[in-house]
Design a protein around this ligand. Sequence first.
Ligand SMILES: *Cc1c(COP(=O)(O)O)cnc(C)c1O
Length: 355
Amino acid sequence: MRHNKLFTPGPTEVREEILQVLSNPQYYHRSSEFSELYEELQPKLQKMLYTKNPVLLFPSSSTGAMEAAVINGVRKKCLNLVNGAFSNRWHEITEMNGIPNDVISIEWDTAIKPDMVREKLDTGEYDAVTLVFNETSTGLMNPLEEIARVVREYDDVLLLVDAVSAMGGVKIEVDKLGIDMLLAGVQKCIALPAGIAIASVSDRLLERAKEVNRGFYFNIPRMYKYHLKNQTMVTPPIPQIFALNAQMDYILNEEGLENRFARHERMAKIVQEWARKYFDIYPEKGYESKTVTCIKNTRGISVADLNKELMKHYVRISNGYGKLKEKTFRIAHMGDMQVHDIYGILGLIEEILDL
Ligand SMILES: *Cc1c(COP(=O)(O)O)cnc(C)c1O
């Protein structure tokens, strides 16, 4: 069967061993064998996120968990930080749920700076902030640690973070940073097929969610009640849970978290040095993503044609996102991709473009 290896920023390539785990026979989700699996998985997820907070499983892609964050986490007014397509999506989600909000909206090649956030929070109008840590649409990494430090100066303000294309590839210390909800789907750095999202939830967020008591499918207090019994509220995507449990063993024990983060840094460095040599990089210097590089198409190549040629060699990359199509292109270096894969794709692009 023809298969193009994915150098795309989600979904990413899934290892053969994991594909096999997905075909395990199903468990009944109210059985003790399911609860044992759930209970076994929980501390592994907490370890990856450096947290003692419960980590809930959402039976949806990442966007579902983004919706859960704002419907549960905002009582008064939300501050949406927007500098890319996914942070803009979070603003739309907030808006379409009828949740009061304001936006800080800046150019897509520019990082959100802590002072912008402080200035807004000083008004006392907000009780939650949404931040996309790694903007997959622009290959930009916002300064999460610095922004978290600012938000933590305000007791009543919850910090909701989309780490969809960073979790499992970049170290994020949830408890140290005081992140109230850190969410991600599994089809990016965790390198599983899409279908489940995971999110850590703080006590503060649980309290807030009880107060606002919004929604049903994504009602966090209801989900948490089942979590305490090592169950999920609804029938979960059980194949993804088998796969997640196996992948967490691989990440924690076989590769090791620190090695995994170091591999992502190394791959990013290789792609970014290459991109600067032959093209340029889209986001502001100093804020380049460690998991996906968004390359400025300074040579005016046809990205669509390049991808067609790449697919003749059974690999593919991503065009620019939305309005950045053809103006940029993206090479993902996330998940279970290895350094030799990166040298392979870059060498092939050089050959095709005669660089
Ligand atoms: C991919 C992505 C999403 C959307 O993920 P789905 O799993 O398709 O819902 C949201 N935020 C970021 C930063 C992403 O990279």
